[in-house]
Design a protein around this ligand. Structure first.
Ligand code: NCD
Length: 335
């Protein structure tokens, strides 16, 4: 059986944890900081919350009661903000959302001032999304509580990678050895970066496909194999993860036109037939239907895991909020 499914639910110490009981990080800023056992540990914790969230009557668990969770979003978000809010509320925290338009935030001192302000309000956990890579680390260095990265620039989006890994593990049974093809605007995608690192750490074979203009240098360092031809990458794939063109991050023309992009890199039912017959289709959202993915694929209940990804997002964020606040809550073994 693959190693990531070996830890029975609720067991604190995964087999390869080196004997450590507790998650050894104060913040969750990137997947690059995590060891494979730490990733598996968070996924195992999230499994518990999937069950709780599916319960019809009672979704509440008040273990974060009395704690204040601030969601500071300097960039737009639907899924991530909502799921962090729902996750915090289901755990009983007092959740406050701070929306800051990107244009009103200057870098440097202003960001540090924001961090000092949040800290002065005695937040117990802060969730941050910011348009600049590294901004979340900057804030984490200035505050006294755990910080969760909800996406920083092109850099990382660790909870997205965790929810994607959980979705794959549940739908395919395991991650090790799975061929996962990530296609789209890899250059500007923090989702692609975190996913390459996470899935490679869990033993998947990761392929990334993009037009040459949208392929970052050295994806091999993140554990992935680059392709420019979609059909070549699709052959034998167990999972196909599609990404949106991040037009807001593009300075100039990176593709000839959306129509040509769709012809070469759009996922259609015909193209999906090149992958394994039961290959899973994923997308972090928001989708641009008719550009990177057609409705025939996105809405196919047998193949598409897109709504399940959203569901897993709440469970993964509950797990992360719970685990990162254990030390402050004085949970035995975590202090
Ligand atoms: C992604 C993001 O914001 O990085 N979306 C998300 O978190 N679900 C991907 C995107 O915006 O394309």
């Amino acid at each position: 059986m693959p190693s990531e499914t070996e830890v029975p639910a609720g067991q604190i110490r995964p087999a390869d944890s080196g004997g450590r009981d507790a998650f050894p990080h104060r913040h969750l800023l990137s997947i690059a900081h995590l060891k494979p056992w730490e990733i598996r540990f968070l996924l195992d914790e999230a499994e518990h919350w999937v069950g709780v969230n599916r319960g019809a009557a009672q979704k509440h668990d008040d273990r974060l009661a009395g704690l204040t969770q601030i969601n500071a979003f300097f960039e737009n978000s639907t899924r991530t903000l909502l799921s962090f809010e729902i996750a915090g509320k289901r755990l009983g925290a007092d959740v406050v959302n701070m929306h800051a338009a990107q244009s009103s935030v200057k870098k440097g001192e202003t960001l540090i001032d924001t961090a000092v302000t949040l800290n002065a309000m005695h937040a117990d956990v802060i969730v941050i999304r910011h348009g600049s890579s590294g901004a979340v680390q900057l804030i984490a260095d200035k505050v006294d509580c755990p910080v969760l990265n909800a996406g920083d620039g092109w850099h990382e989006h660790p909870t997205q990678a965790l929810l994607d890994a959980l979705t794959i593990r549940r739908r395919r049974g395991f991650i090790e050895g799975q061929i996962v093809t990530i296609c789209g605007d890899v250059l500007h995608s923090r989702v692609a970066r975190s996913n390459m690192l996470c899935l490679a750490a869990l033993g998947a074979q990761v392929r990334v496909v993009a037009p040459p203009t949208l392929m970052p240098a050295a994806v091999e360092c993140m554990g992935a194999t680059p392709y420019t031809r979609f059909d070549e990458a699709l052959a034998g794939s167990d999972v196909v993860m599609m990404l949106r063109l991040q037009n807001e991050r593009m300075d100039g023309a990176f593709i000839p036109s959306p129509r040509e992009y769709h012809a070469l890199y759009g996922l259609t039912p015909e193209r999906l037939a090149i992958a394994k017959p039961d290959a899973l289709v994923m997308h972090p959202g928001p989708m641009n239907r008719g550009v990177e993915i057609t409705s025939g694929v996105a809405d196919d209940p047998d193949r598409s895991a897109i709504t399940e990804q959203v569901e897993m997002g709440v469970a993964v964020r509950m797990a992360c909020l719970d685990v990162l606040t254990r030390s402050a809550r004085g949970v035995e073994g975590w202090t």
